[in-house]
Ligand binder design. Structure first.
Ligand code: IMP
Length: 180
């Protein structure tokens, strides 16, 4: 089945394209703006967006809402991740964590999908911690996130990100659901 990923984020699209290819799911991209609701739940944001877009997209499609949740900051920036990144960037996050004991954090990805008949929400998570300084490239918070079991940030080790990211986990579930 050909699926459309509705997103304005080309980084997310490229990751999804590569991952889903492994599951023989081919995707196309459509950039339709979706007014995001304010909520602390990625699942709720993604599902609301899917339902709003159903009026505009007449083929099987999915949307994704994701974020970085930092334990010592009570889950901040969470669903505000995109906005916070634009405002204070990785440097600002490192500053907020300067005096904190714990640097534990996780990324969450929530996909809401419509296959032409059914709709479904699928989530993926990756645990890790925030590095002491910026390391590597990647997009968004990639240069400050170290997944559990590694000593490199997502920005330094693209292969590890490809294999274990929150997006990989939600997309795998999407591919399984589509195949049913
Ligand atoms: P949204 O899903 O469009 O609301 O944006 C989520 C934001 O979280 C992105 O703009 C990034 O700042 C951040 N984010 C989500 N996934 C990743 C990732 O895989 N790497 C780095 N940052 C991410």
């Amino acid at each position: 089945m050909k699926l459309t990923f509705v997103t304005g984020n080309t980084h997310k699209f490229r990751e999804a394209e590569r991952i889903l290819k492994e599951y023989n799911v081919i995707i196309g991209r459509k950039d339709v703006n979706c007014e995001e609701i304010r909520s602390e739940s990625c699942e709720e944001i993604a599902l609301t967006c899917l339902r709003l877009l159903r009026r505009k997209v007449n083929k099987p499609f999915f949307v994704e809402d994701s974020g970085l949740f930092i334990n010592a900051l009570n889950g901040f920036p969470g669903t505000l991740s995109s906005w916070v990144f634009k405002k204070i960037g990785n440097g600002g996050i490192l500053e907020l964590l300067r005096e904190k004991q714990s640097r534990d954090a996780y990324f969450l990805s929530a996909i809401a999908a419509w296959d032409g008949g059914r709709e479904k929400v699928l989530t993926g998570k990756v645990d890790g911690h925030i590095s002491l300084e910026l390391r590597g490239k990647g997009f968004g918070y990639d240069p400050i996130f170290i997944p559990a079991g590694s000593d490199k940030t997502f920005g330094e080790d693209e292969k590890v990100k490809f294999l274990c990211s929150h997006r990989r986990n939600s997309l795998r579930k999407l591919a399984e659901w589509i195949g049913r």
